[in-house]
Design a protein around this ligand. Sequence first.
Ligand code: GTP
Ligand code: MG
Length: 472
Amino acid sequence: MPEFNLKDYKLADTIAAIATSPSKAALGIVKISGKKSLSILDKIFIPKRKKDIKKAKTFTLHYGWIINKDKGSRLKDKGETIDEVLVSIMKAPNSYTTEDVVEISSHGGVLILNQIVELILNKGARLAKPGEFSYRALINDRIDLLQAEAILNLVDAKTPEAVSLSSKQLKGENSTKLKNLKEEIKTLFTQTESAINFPEEDIEFDKVSLSKKIDKIIKQVDSFKKGQRPAKMLSQGLRCVICGRTNAGKSTLFNRILRQERVIVSKIPGTTRDVIEETINIEGVPVKIYDTAGILEPDDFITKKALEKTKQLFDKSDLVILLFDGSKKLGKDDKFLLAKTKNKNTILVINKSDLKQKLNLSQKIKKQHKFIKMSALKDADLKKFEKLVYKSVYTKGVDKKDLIFLNQYQKRELESLAKNLFKTKKYLKEGYTLDFINFSLKECLDSIGKITGEVIVEEILENIFNNFCIGK
Ligand SMILES: Nc1nc2c(ncn2[C@@H]2O[C@H](COP(=O)(O)OP(=O)(O)OP(=O)(O)O)[C@@H](O)[C@H]2O)c(=O)[nH]1
Ligand SMILES: [Mg+2]
């Protein structure tokens, strides 16, 4: 991974890079941003119409040739031609970086694009560092950190849902909500500030109403906290592990879901002795499904290894499918696994519904998790099952309007925001002096600033822009 060093991201430089994928393609784009963009363009581009490209208006498109004027310049003003191109011009401040931006759209050969960039660099630009265009957009207030994170997720999106969520965040929906929260906290902060600074004015302080306002803010923050997991699942996919006692029918269900005989099924207990992984698409969400070994007390090396793998997967999984054999009474292994799923997002499947039923699951257990009865062998309602899997993305309390993409640092700040809000409430309730309340409100404001990028924290920037590629 490239090293991010804020010192190298000098804003005064004019930067350039290939913005498209460096492979053979119909078209390729080279981007330039900075004060010298147009004068550099003037040195390498011969427009067909416009005489002086430096004077071109913003948001205009120009047809012409990229020329190396230092080479083979026998004819006046001409040089070695490189490619026939279209050039778009976006002048400051209405561009992505808010600086003068030039985009050269050429044919998409790797060599052509490299030659164009080299020419630009020779005329005074510097090669952009990873994410440097977006970094400038951030520093120049064109986007905030939430929008930068949205761009990363948009480019990386693997599902239509992820595209729609990221573009909403890019549009600024989450930024607006956080800004509103900030304004609300700021008002409270200012009130406490005045009450502290002008005690002689005897400002009446309504602690009940303050506490109510904080409750409202906590609710929104909590909703964002809950909205991160589904956002991640919708964009990156869901890890779903099938567990259950041996012979419950895990492999049968696995094959059913995949609609193919992927793994061996048999009535011999302990048929599966490894973890098998496949990906399917459920309503646009990639779901990675793992079939696991059912033996929980292994006595041979291979099964032992398989069990270790299952344990690790279990902990990392987003969803557990816990399978029971409906024709058997609840056994020791069933109970053990049930206890393990207590705090996991789980779907209980009672299998073998075609046989005489002996399993008795308490209402309490059934209520705790989602629940479905089926015969994986004879009659499995896969549509219903898949719907349950899809629904499990939205766990209890998730508001679909508050799905949010945050990086680990923003996530940490959101946690700290929630903590400080609770602290403020506690101070209010326990009758602490206003200084305490004022201070924790200040901390809340700081956290929001770090999430949106208003407060610049090198660690956060490093994390975000290291993940961008050059040219973005
Ligand atoms: N009657 C009936 N038999 C089933 C059903 N599902 C699976 N079986 C049978 O149960 C036996 C075990 O099925 P598997 O899918 O191999 O079970 P498993 O949970 O993967 O077992 P291990 O890998 O050994 O842990 C096989 O003989 C299946 O045909 C069902 O819904 N009804
Ligand atoms: Mg199996």
